[in-house]
Design a binder for this molecule. Structure first.
Ligand SMILES: [Zn+2]
Length: 213
């Protein structure tokens, strides 16, 4: 059984998740910690639970999701995985941070680019990469069939959807990703988004104003 710990980090209230199971192996999803206290909270949780981080995975390359990657990379020296289509966002991260008046250390480039249908394994857990372009060109979800959950990034939120006005964003692609990928998952699949609380596929089909009349 995969356990999911959610942290809410930085000024953008971005969710960073630690997934782990009985093997003690773990993955960190979206390295959003951007202060000493936030990093300490994450490091302490990992240490207190005897976890062994195996990968740092990014759902996409936006600043608020990668701003702690520099520190996590220096601390754990684990491979960083992200979609190729969002590499340009990592390359531009310092410029974007500057525009927002936000000081960050340069996020490292991905060690490996992941793509649709790739399988990421840690401990006894398997995550399938699902391409969800729209919020950014390389947005992905991470689906665990065995435990019925999806880490959705900023594609779908509880009763809302991701913005598409940032570079490379595309509203038609976003809606297509939700309708033809996320909504095709089993109805009870729990969705853990990049911001806000978790929801389910069935609840979003029923209550999300973007998909109801
Ligand atoms: Zn984003």
């Amino acid at each position: 059984m995969t356990k999911i710990k959610r942290f809410v980090f930085n000024d953008f209230k971005t969710n960073c998740y630690v997934l782990y199971d009985g093997s003690y192996e773990a993955v960190i999803i979206d390295g959003a910690a951007n202060s000493h206290s936030e990093l300490k909270e994450l490091y302490d949780f990992i240490q207190d639970n005897f976890l062994i981080p195996k990968y740092l995975i990014n759902t996409h390359g936006h600043l608020d999701h990668v701003c702690g990657n520099y520190y996590l990379d220096s601390h754990y020296r684990i491979p960083m995985l992200m979609s190729f289509e969002d590499n340009f966002l990592i390359e531009n991260a310092l410029c974007v941070a500057d525009k927002f008046g936000y000081a960050i250390e340069p996020p490292p480039k991905p060690d490996k680019n992941i793509k649709d249908h790739d399988i990421i394994k840690f401990g006894d857990t398997q995550l399938e990469v699902i391409a969800l372009p729209g919020h950014s060109p390389g947005s992905i979800g991470l689906y665990c069939e065995e435990d019925d959950f999806l880490i959705s990034g900023d594609t779908l939120f509880m009763e809302s959807v991701g913005r598409t006005d940032l570079p490379g964003g595309n509203y038609e692609k976003l809606m297509n990703s939700i309708i033809n990928r996320i909504f095709k998952l089993p109805p009870d699949t729990v969705i853990y988004p990049g911001h806000g609380t978790d929801t389910t596929v069935i609840d979003e089909k029923k209550y999300n104003p973007f998909f109801t009349d």
